[in-house]
Design a protein around this ligand. Structure first.
Ligand SMILES: [Zn+2]
Ligand SMILES: [Zn+2]
Length: 203
């Protein structure tokens, strides 16, 4: 069991993923067009020389964990939130340096998918949260993902659903760094459509 340090690229936002390991969460890489659009949105805002969000298969390496186990201990005022539609996931990032933080569903859902850029591993990523279990939502991926990397997408998605259900039973949707007690997002989300993000790509 590990306390994993969380930080944006510039260090203004700091937090901790408490008591986590490979078994307690779910590491996967999502190649869906929404996750890609979020990455492009942040790249459009400007990320300087900070590490890439997307891998060579346009995937985002994510660690799904209970939202109540994540605390933001410094720089909460830097948090911003965007959605690709009025019903989309809440996608959180830092205003200071445009680091993706994580993706959440609504306030009743006990889950945050922490984006790899926000995790600072003391040992290696594999030591702390395990291997990537699978690439998911790979239909639109143009570069073939090698079989050895691809993993078992269906099992991983089922595992993720099972985890979320058990976290819900345990009441792990609260407290949340992202939603108030009343269930409102701590900042008003910006809604930006995929087409608008695409039109602005300059990188
Ligand atoms: Zn920052
Ligand atoms: Zn995705």
């Amino acid at each position: 069991m590990t306390e994993i340090t969380l930080a944006c690229d510039c260090g203004k936002v700091q937090g901790v993923a408490h008591d986590m390991n490979a078994q307690k969460g779910n590491r996967l890489t999502c190649c869906c067009s929404d996750c890609q659009a979020f990455a492009h949105y942040l790249m459009n805002l400007g990320r300087g020389n900070h590490p890439a969000i997307l891998d060579q298969y346009s995937g985002t390496d994510i660690f799904q964990m209970p939202v109540s186990k994540l605390t933001i201990d410094q720089g909460i005022e830097q948090l911003a939130c965007m959605r690709l539609s009025a019903k989309g996931l809440y996608r959180w990032y830092s205003q200071c340096c445009h680091t993706p933080i994580g993706n959440t569903l609504g306030p009743k859902m006990p889950f945050v998918g922490v984006v790899h850029n926000f995790m600072r591993h003391e040992k290696s990523r594999v030591d702390e949260i395990g291997q990537n279990r699978a690439y998911v939502q790979t239909k639109g991926v143009k570069t073939q993902i090698p079989a050895a990397l691809k993993g078992a997408a269906i099992q991983t998605v089922l595992r993720s659903i099972g985890k979320v259900l058990s976290w819900k039973l345990k009441g792990f949707h609260r407290p949340s760094a992202f939603f108030s007690q009343e269930g409102n997002p701590i900042v008003t989300p910006i809604i930006k459509r995929k087409a608008a993000i695409k039109a602005e790509i300059t990188h």
